[in-house]
Design a protein around this ligand. Sequence first.
Ligand SMILES: NC(=O)c1ccc[n+]([C@@H]2O[C@H](COP(=O)([O-])OP(=O)(O)OC[C@H]3O[C@@H](n4cnc5c(N)ncnc54)[C@H](O)[C@@H]3O)[C@@H](O)[C@H]2O)c1
Length: 313
Amino acid sequence: MHILVTGGAGFIGSHLIDALMEQGHHVVCLDNFSSGRREFIAHRLEQGLKLVEGDLLNPNHIRKAIKGCDLVYHLAANPDVRRGAEDTNVHLGQNILATYNLLEEMRRQKIATIGFTSSSTVYGEAKEIPTPESYGPLVPISLYGASKLAAEALISSYCHTFDLTAVLYRFANVVGPRSTHGVTYDFVNKLRADPRQLEILGDGTQKKSYLYIEDCIQAMLFAMDNRQDRVEIFNMGSQDWVDVRTIADIVAQEMNLSPSYVFTGGVDGGRGWKGDVKIMRLAIDKLRQMGWEPSCGSAEAIRRTARWIIESL
Ligand SMILES: NC(=O)c1ccc[n+]([C@@H]2O[C@H](COP(=O)([O-])OP(=O)(O)OC[C@H]3O[C@@H](n4cnc5c(N)ncnc54)[C@H](O)[C@@H]3O)[C@@H](O)[C@H]2O)c1
């Protein structure tokens, strides 16, 4: 197949491109390198990956990249949940308008299928944990979560109005090699700056599920292959969770350090920042019943990620 991956130079996108090219597909990457890195896709460029350096906010760039494609994986976005509290425009543009521009071009060029990377943040503070795909009402507490929910709604409405099909991936936190943001990355950098003391945002009890990147990519491909409905939603996470204090312990162990911890106390009852969901674990029964299983739990995913960041960045 001819496949477009938006945000293909980013953390998850570059791994997806690796997997798609290993399966023999022809892949185009559309990326503006706002957070993506050339070195993540350099090896694939040598093997025939087509790169369109461009922005989803410019329809001409999308038109150029999407021509002749059968399928689109739409990953390009601003993934920084915290940003929304400082800049109320960023997620509106990068996550909602960008998705609209892409859908418009898919409609015009009659490209039938989209895989979209949504997020657990669409659930807001779910009262049911683990949270299943059927949970509602969906009440996001961050502008990022709102933008993902808006994008899901746009995609769904395009599917029903213009005969597209979609897979909506609701990810827990995804971690692993090439991860350039998130708590593990922050802790390694803070400990490099000051090995004796680690500042932890919030009260340290925030507890979430982490999915290892290889599991994430396998789940994405598996869900795309096994989708049945016009718009199919899949939660993707590991089966357990880990709290922030334990993540600090794992990172410190991997760096052979014994720092003291300084908790900021956080906002709104110990959250790291405004809009931070304190407790998150997704029910992954739907995918498991279809035959997919994650290979490792949250703590192991964090450990492997910490090792990679320490060795490679
Ligand atoms: N990493 C996670 O834990 C996680 C969890 C839930 C959902 N997601 C979603 O998965 C997707 C990938 O996330 P990631 O962690 O790989 O982030 P990332 O920042 O590494 O990748 C995003 C990529 O999109 C590109 N990009 C951003 N805006 C663009 C634009 N307007 N035009 C073209 N390219 C643009 C960036 O340069 C980057 O390469 C995002 O949609 C994110 O919201 C990630």
